[in-house]
Ligand binder design. Structure first.
Ligand SMILES: Cc1ncc(COP(=O)(O)O)c(C=O)c1O
Length: 373
């Protein structure tokens, strides 16, 4: 299979105007954080209902800063899902806190809020849920629970930029939300992320935490008030983000059409679990199916290799966090979270990006059927 006719499972869409804007920034005198970062932050904030928004070099960095902003560290517990990308678990560990895993719903893959409540202890400081494409975590229940127990909420919204809850965009309400602009996401800045916070005081703290912990003194020297990181976005990335954000509605519309086509055409294989269908106002970053490999008598590795040989690249989103070496090191074991573990074993991310056509989806569905027979 040549690279040119391999259908990638994710791919950015960068138009000529964006490329020209990047060249303009490169020719300017300001390529690190500057006017484009400020403009991008303002545009993002507008898209999040005016809530204070700051950009960083990744969502992972944004999560680390979010935890620090909440004062979370040694001796604290943060409840998170066993089914998420590794950065949720990693950043909790990195700030010195303990990730307390709970299981997720099998179909939506979202964190099980009943298990969250059962896992709360006097040491719990925050809930860190990851939203999956197709259906958001029940926001009413999530924030009611957080309020009842006085907990912070750090939403991992990396996969759901543009999704809405009862008419409100993710990020436009709640506590803290983080977003990713990795090339696989709904829009990109090459690498990049954003954090949405409650007020300007928190936004100022983010600025300190993302840039060496530096505060400027009246005599124009600097103090360091905290051992901050280095997560500031470049103007090159920010100008890409500005252009991408303008095109986001088109990207999302295209992704929705493609997801609808998957639901229409996906082969009816017994034991397959597709994402939730029909929840209004959801953005479609990934289309992940559970495939009953054991029943089909093949491994996921064989299945993915067969798809690739037929021109379809796939991904795995995600391995169960609690069964990684880090998770096992925290005392986790197999059998603890059956849904997260089944997803980990059976999930395949199928191609879905704004450059695809409905015919591409048909091709993927035909190749899946062919491989499962
Ligand atoms: C659910 C989820 N959260 C967080 C991240 C981290 O994003 P970033 O690569 O911008 O750090 C990812 C990246 O794939 C993700 O899928």
């Amino acid at each position: 299979m040549t690279k040119t006719n391999l259908l990638n499972f994710a791919q950015p869409q960068l138009d000529e105007a964006t490329i020209a804007a990047v060249v303009d920034v490169l020719r300017s005198n300001w390529i690190a954080s500057g006017p484009n970062v400020q403009a991008f932050e303002q545009a993002l904030s507008d898209s999040f209902g005016g809530r204070p928004t700051r950009v960083l070099t990744s969502a992972t960095g944004a999560m680390e800063v979010a935890l620090e902003l909440c004062g979370i560290g040694a001796g604290d517990e943060v409840i998170t899902s066993a089914q998420s990308f590794f950065s949720t678990m990693n950043m909790i560990v990195k700030v010195g806190a303990k990730p307390v895993f709970v299981d997720c719903d099998l179909e939506t893959r979202n964190i099980d809020l009943a298990q969250v409540e059962a896992a709360i202890t006097p040491r719990t400081k925050a809930i860190m849920p990851t939203h999956f494409p197709g259906a958001l975590v029940d926001m009413d229940a999530l924030f009611a629970l957080a309020k009842k127990h006085g907990l912070r909420v750090i939403e991992d919204a990396a996969l759901v930029q543009g999704s809405q809850w009862k008419g409100q965009a993710v990020g436009s309400f709640g506590d803290i939300a983080t977003f990713s602009f990795h090339p696989n996401k709904n829009m990109t800045t090459i690498e990049g992320g954003a954090i949405v916070v409650n007020d300007e005081a928190e936004a100022k703290q983010v600025e300190v935490l993302r840039f060496h912990g530096i505060v400027r003194l009246p005599d124009e020297t600097r103090d360091v008030v905290v051992a901050g990181g280095k997560f500031n976005m470049s103007d090159v990335s920010a100008v890409i983000g500005l252009h991408q954000l303008q095109q986001l509605p088109q990207f999302l519309a295209k992704r929705s059409v493609l997801a609808a086509r998957y639901f229409e055409r996906f082969p009816k294989i017994p034991g397959v679990v597709l994402p939730p269908q029909g929840v209004p106002d959801q953005s479609w970053n990934m289309f992940c199916a559970l495939i009953p490999f054991e029943r089909l008598g093949q491994t996921r590795q064989q299945f993915r290799a067969a798809l690739r040989a037929q021109g379809v690249a796939t991904g795995v989103s995600y391995e169960a966090c609690h069964l990684t070496s880090i998770g096992r090191g925290l005392g986790c074991r197999e059998g603890q979270f059956p849904h997260a573990e089944r997803i980990s074993r059976e999930t395949v991310s199928l191609p879905l990006h704004a450059r695809m056509t409905e015919e591409d989806v048909d091709r993927v569905c035909a190749v899946v059927l062919n491989t499962c027979q």
